[in-house]
Ligand binder design. Structure first.
Ligand code: APR
Ligand code: PHB
Length: 389
């Protein structure tokens, strides 16, 4: 069998790329290890930059986001007991859309179905071949049947634990990694959001975040020990800890309820360079990971896909390789800015167990500068709403 682009991974990155290529008349096949149900069972972040929202509309998958997503003109910070609102609209003229990644992924699957896109599930033993030549191919297994798919290019959209990044010779890869001394315990509850905007909290007991999915579905997080297990956090303990960290007025009005989903996310920063090798191009979590503090994971995947889809369109329409040749350089320039911002927001808002008295004073000074400086708030706002592609 043959196609033009083989896409490894049927998460947001792979599905978005497949849809954009289809609309440009470029054939692709998505190879996904899990079932569709499994992919759609994942609960992930829910803040979309303007660029992501525009790409979804371009992919003919933005209608429900436009109907059901919440436009947020700002966010609340509670910095060691002092409230501070970051007004995105005033500081940047732009906003973000709060819309769950699960719903976005569902919309992309529906869009692929409408166009008859080829997304193969339960695909095992994906192996990439001939990447450094002009006739790459991918082998894989479905059940007991082994298949081979020839192509022009391979897009590695298979996440942090995927096979694509490992297919670049180790000697050619440079990897940058920071594991943080904390994790995020997240709870999804069928309760009305405690606030119309997100509340990011820096507290002596640790970070907390009040977010949402819709008017009846809330998403809350508390910083926890990376070694914690979900079993150590029964609902009652979670709600009690969250109330101790969030502003008193919010704690007084919050509606609690049973956790529909409860999970612990480790926090790390990771970048693999380069994001391409021969006919292989990495995008999304396959190439980089950010701590969830700045809500950049999905939005970085979007800008990667924008650059990669642009390069592939240039190749197939004009046999012009220049976009593909510059893909890694262009994507990494934006990746590192998002990595910096996510690292900075994480250091601003979390309690670091190993911090000494001086470290804590530096963190407090950073918070105080943000509270009093329009310039500091503008810098946060520009990064949060998303740097231009
Ligand atoms: N073969 C086929 N599919 C694979 C393989 C493999 N060897 N390894 C992983 N996959 C699939 C996973 O099952 C997953 O569905 O690749 C997909 C990768 O999806 P994500 O991990 O969601 O990564 P991405 O599409 O880049 O989306 C990034 O997802 O993890 C969040 O925070 C992240 O919001 C960001 C977004
Ligand atoms: C979420 O709603 O899950 C969310 C929002 C903002 C973040 C992280 C997660 O920074």
């Amino acid at each position: 069998m043959r196609t033009q682009v083989v896409i490894i991974g049927g998460g947001p990155s792979g599905l978005l790329l497949s849809q954009l290529l289809h609309l440009a008349g470029i054939e692709s096949v998505v190879l996904e290890r899990q079932s569709r149900e499994h992919v759609l069972s994942r609960i992930r972040a829910g803040v979309l930059e303007q660029g992501m929202a525009d790409l979804l509309r371009q992919a003919q998958a933005g209608d429900r986001m436009d109907r059901e997503g919440f436009i947020h003109d700002g966010t609340q910070l509670e910095l060691s007991g002092v409230g501070c609102r970051i007004d995105f609209r005033k500081l940047t003229g732009r906003a973000v859309i709060v819309y769950g990644q699960t719903e976005l992924t569902r919309d992309l699957y529906d869009a692929r179905d409408r166009l008859g896109g080829r997304v193969l599930h339960d695909v095992q033993d994906v192996t990439l071949h001939g990447l450094d030549g002009d006739a790459p191919y991918v082998s894989y297994r479905v059940g007991d049947t082994r298949q081979r798919l020839a192509c022009d290019f391979v897009a590695g959209c298979d996440g942090f634990h995927g096979v694509s990044r490992q297919s670049i010779p180790h000697a050619l890869r440079r990897e940058y990694h920071r594991v943080y001394p904390f994790a995020w315990l997240g709870v999804l509850s069928q309760t009305p959001p405690v606030s119309a905007e997100l509340i990011y909290v820096a507290h002596d007991r640790g970070f907390a975040l009040c977010s949402m999915r819709n008017a009846k579905l809330s998403r809350y997080y508390v910083q926890c020990d990376p070694a914690d297990a979900v079993e150590q956090w029964p609902d009652e303990r979670f709600w009690e800890e969250l109330k101790r960290r969030i502003p008193e007025a919010a704690a007084d009005r919050i509606v609690t309820g049973p956790a529909l989903e409860k999970s612990i996310t480790q926090c790390r920063s990771f970048v693999a360079e380069p994001m391409q090798w021969g006919r292989l191009f990495l995008a999304g979590d396959a190439a980089h990971i950010v701590p969830p503090t700045g809500a950049k994971g999905l939005n970085l995947a979007a800008s990667d896909i924008h650059y990669l889809a642009t390069g592939l369109r240039q190749y197939y329409q004009d046999r012009d390789f220049s976009g593909l040749e510059r893909y890694s350089e262009r994507a990494l320039a934006r990746v590192w800015q998002a990595e910096r911002f996510s690292w900075w927001m994480s250091t601003l808002l979390h309690r670091f167990p190993e911090h000494d008295a001086f470290d804590r004073r530096m963190q407090r000074a950073e918070q105080e500068q943000l509270i009093r400086s329009d310039t500091a708030q503008r810098l946060l706002a520009e990064n949060y709403v998303g740097l231009r592609y």
